[in-house]
Design a protein around this ligand. Structure first.
Ligand code: CTP
Length: 425
């Protein structure tokens, strides 16, 4: 068990801390929270206290709390101090070494590593004063995660300033607690670099082409009937959108789905596995190919030209099935124009990881994202996903996340991988 001291800053993103506390406690950590005066405008000490199952420290001059624990002891006992959301004001006070409230006093008194998750309006984030404060804090040894690019709470605002997602925070906190942090390199999270131009730095997948397959395929039996599966396309479409957000040119080859095309992405709509393969081949070359589609393994050998009719007393038609081309295998095993990184999905209902490991090798794939699609998991058609990332170096179990979060974390990993392989050339 590790002791995390969470300083919740006064910003809209404060509500995410409730989920963060829950996730950290699920992993067996002890979470003690400090709230500033401003924070209490966004979340209440009551809810934070209930979720953390600990008294919440809110005021430097709270005599009861001082008698019970004292801010110096609280600062000393922590294995890690997390500031989330780290508002512009809090960062400024940290950079100046203020100690005029409990949050800043604890930050000044602690010897533990401090991780800050900034969240603010993009204009505030890119302001020279914030840049200066972040540089100072980095020099002082403060670690940063995010902010991410995306929509802001204010209607119509977008840019760099969203607080890192809870799943990212949890992963980074675990890395820091384990003592093997490399500023998020392994996990591919966007971290604040010490470069002055951080706020206007090119997006990490700018200049890259990412190819994604998504959705089911429909294999015709006759002009009105087909063989299909329960894939909704939500995960694949979320991946295409995440790649786009990170600046990639994205081609999405989609089977028949009921969801809209992601914005800014070139979409090819197909029906069958053979059409999907043709569209994938036409879209190559790509730097990265991610095969999230649930492609039908078989098709009907000779679909009826006209609608199959039932005749009184006649036996039902016998459908002869033949195997469809394996699109993933075809792309992963091609010599010329093989994407640098080929990622497959493994939809399994039993021995999920073992089957995925087998699939990774036999299909010649770099990474497999394995998930349990048994009926109890609710993954097919649902909003959430719990996946395992299987690579040559092992298996990572990712926490339960929304499909959008899985997509974001995956694409950040992809960016980190490409950046590293570019550096090592
Ligand atoms: N895939 C593909 N083309 C196919 C079948 C699968 O590109 N004809 C891809 C999927 O997009 C996914 C991966 O292969 O990325 C794994 O698919 P899955 O259906 O889980 O595995 P299969 O190889 O079909 O094996 P099985 O059905 O026996 O589990």
């Amino acid at each position: 068990m590790k002791r995390v001291l969470l300083i919740i800053g006064g910003g809209i993103a404060a509500y995410k801390c409730l989920d963060l506390i829950r996730r950290l406690r699920e992993r067996g950590h002890h979470v003690r929270c400090v709230m500033t005066k401003a924070t209490q405008e966004f979340v209440t000490p009551l809810s934070v206290g209930a979720i953390s199952n600990e008294p919440v420290a809110t005021d430097l001059f709270d005599l009861d709390a001082e008698r019970e624990i004292g801010h110096i002891r609280m600062a000393r006992e922590a294995d890690l101090v997390v500031v989330a959301p780290a508002t512009a004001d809090l960062l400024a006070r940290m950079a100046q070494g203020h100690a005029n409230d409990l949050a800043t006093a604890v930050l000044l008194a602690t010897r533990a590593t401090v991780l800050a998750a900034p969240a603010m309006n993009p204009a505030m984030w890119s302001h020279a004063a914030t840049r200066r404060n972040v540089r100072q804090l980095e020099t002082d040894g403060v670690k940063f995660i995010g902010p991410n690019t995306g929509e802001m709470a204010e209607a119509g605002e977008a840019g760099v300033g969203r607080m890192a997602e809870v799943a990212e925070l949890v992963e980074r906190i675990e890395t820091l607690l384990a003592g093997d942090d490399e500023t998020g390199r392994g996990l591919g999270f966007i971290t604040v670099s010490s470069k002055r131009e951080r706020a206007v730095a090119p997006l990490p997948l700018a200049g890259r082409h990412v190819l994604v397959t998504s959705g089911p395929t429909h294999e015709p039996i006759d002009p009105v009937r087909y063989i299909a599966n329960r894939s909704s396309g939500k995960q694949g479409h979320a991946i295409a959108a995440a790649a786009r957000r990170l600046g990639a040119r994205v081609t999405l080859i989609s089977g028949p789905v009921q969801i809209p095309d992601p914005e800014g992405v070139e979409v090819r709509h197909v029906e069958t596995a053979r059409e999907m393969l043709e569209a994938v081949e036409a879209a190559l070359p790509a730097d990265v190919a991610i095969f999230a589609a649930a492609v039908a393994d078989w098709r009907v050998a000779t679909p009826g030209r006209g609608k199959l009719k039932k005749a009184a007393g006649a036996a039902p038609p016998q459908l002869e099935l033949v195997e469809n081309p394996d699109i993933l295998r075809t792309v992963a095993k091609r010599g010329a124009r093989r994407p640098e990184l080929v990622i497959g999905f493994a939809a399994e209902t039993q021995t999920v990881v073992e089957n995925a490991q087998g699939k990774r090798k036999s299909k010649g794939v770099d990474w497999i994202v394995a998930n349990d699609v048994s009926e109890e998991s609710g993954v097919f058609g649902g909003e959430r996903n719990r996946v395992h990332l299987v690579t040559a170096s092992g298996v990572e179990d990712w926490p339960d996340m929304s499909k959008d979060e899985v997509a974001d974390v995956l694409l950040r990993r992809v960016s980190a991988y490409l950046a590293e392989s570019r550096e090592s050339v």
